[in-house]
Design a protein around this ligand. Structure first.
Ligand code: ADP
Length: 420
């Protein structure tokens, strides 16, 4: 293992893993802190997916430290702490406290913080984070229910989360290339800064920041800045050549499970139906009155799987979800649907499904738990941010886990076309 990564949520972990594979690193994603005795997988990079973004600070720090300890024992030469490209956090944390703890444990005194992701229109100029055309605090993120971002100045925002000093590597230094960026790191470190926010407007900048960061024990940022790290290992000769995204050929039946009600998913469900794909609709109210909806879905699927992909979906437009939530409560409705879809995932695999697309972040988490999947080999990208993966715990089970708003309308069928 060359690069060890700690990610503060699971879809962010997949996004990072997908970036690393795109840059030629054979990458594995593990779900949760690995058990102490678990041996490190054969990979260039390992991403440990935590649920630490909005966890209590102590828990976020503890889980992150435990994950890093395991990664270092597995041989990781450099640690990457991944958070959201919108720097999702509160004055209490968790980005600052986790980075402080990781640095202290590494015995290091300096790191960078760079959430920039120009492909997704997250850019940093003069230390201010932009989301699209506007400052972060005008982008809607100021109203986020858990991590409202009311200040776009990352020097100030990170400064509130750490007792260390925070400086800035400015755009003109970044534009000059890796040597100037490295000189800026040295200047800031010598002036007593623990962190540098680094301006970045383009992938060129991210690649140069990556080159300049080769000797940092810890790098922190979004998945964008990780783009520049694989080349350091490649130029040191540490990375074998070959197609990092290659997975063995897949077989078995194909199915989609959807618990996402995001607009992109609703379009994907409609497209699948329009193409003549068979759809079983999961009704939350039927679950609530005690019907065995999972058994009904599995019975429905049984005769159809041989004919091509089937879709089992609870996905519904906002008005329908609001009606269901008014009757059952938001949390209960979510739990009931996730429970049924997870049982359907397990049942479908028992019926021979080996290629499974799951739509929805929470739904994916529930399906992985039901299937007993603790890790994923990351394969090729289907649509930006969503790769095919292969379960580490089953030889032949392929999973594509799609968070709500990702993917083009033809995502479901395209995914199976790509997996040959
Ligand atoms: P996304 O990635 O789009 O946010 P998630 O799976 O994370 O999707 O979240 C969707 C939530 O909505 C899940 O808890 C799911 O169980 C719930 N849900 C799905 N369908 C319905 C429905 N028809 N009515 C109410 N809740 C639903």
């Amino acid at each position: 293992m060359l690069l060890g990564c700690v990610a503060d949520d699971s879809t962010g972990a997949t996004d990072l893993a997908n970036t690393l594979v795109g840059q030629g690193m054979r990458t594995i994603q593990l779900i949760g802190v690995p058990a102490a005795g678990r041996s490190p997988p054969d990979a260039d990079a390992v991403v440990v997916a935590l649920k630490s973004r909005t966890a209590p600070v102590d828990q976020a720090v503890g889980d992150s430290l435990a994950a890093m300890k395991w990664l270092r024992e597995g041989g990781a030469e450099q640690i990457f702490f991944k958070y959201c490209s919108t720097f999702d956090s509160t004055p209490a944390g968790n980005i600052g406290p986790v980075a402080d703890a990781l640095l202290a444990e590494l015995g290091a005194d300096f790191s960078i913080a760079c959430p920039a992701f120009p492909t997704n229109k997250r850019t940093i100029y003069k230390g201010y984070l932009y989301a699209g055309e506007v400052l972060l605090n005008e982008s809607g993120m100021q109203d986020h229910p858990l991590t409202p971002m009311t200040d776009a100045n990352l020097v100030r925002v990170l400064g509130q989360q750490t007792d260390g000093e925070v400086g800035l590597v400015e755009y003109h230094e970044v534009a000059e290339g890796p040597a100037a960026i490295r000189a800026a790191y040295d200047r800031l470190r010598d002036a007593g800064n623990r962190y540098a926010i680094v301006d970045a407007l383009s992938d060129r900048h991210l690649l140069d920041i990556g080159t300049a960061s080769a000797d940092l024990a810890l790098v922190t940022g979004g998945s964008g800045v990780a783009m520049g790290l694989p080349q350091n290992f490649r130029s040191k000769g540490g990375m074998p050549a070959g197609n990092a995204a290659a997975l063995p050929a897949a077989g078995g039946h194909a199915a989609v499970i959807s618990g996402s009600c995001s607009l992109a998913t609703l379009a994907q469900v409609a497209h699948f139906r329009d193409q003549g794909g068979p759809v079983f609709v999961v009704d939350p109210l039927s679950i609530a009155v005690g019907e065995d909806v999972a058994a009904a879905a599995l019975g429905w699927a049984k005769g159809r799987l041989a004919g091509g992909p089937v879709l089992v979906a609870a996905s519904a437009p906002a008005e329908a979800v609001t009606r269901v939530q008014a009757e059952l409560g938001r949390v209960r409705a979510g739990e009931l649907v996730e429970g049924v879809l997870a049982a359907v995932a397990r049942g479908l695999v028992e019926q021979g499904v080996r290629r499974l697309v799951v739509a929805g972040g929470e739904t994916s988490g529930a399906a992985l738990a039901a299937l007993g999947v603790t890790g994923l080999h990351i394969g090729g990208e289907i649509d930006p941010g969503v790769p095919w993966t292969r379960s580490l715990d089953h030889d032949d089970l392929y999973l594509a886990l799609k968070s709500g708003n990702f993917g083009a309308p033809d995502f479901f069928l395209k995914a199976f076309d790509l997996l040959t």
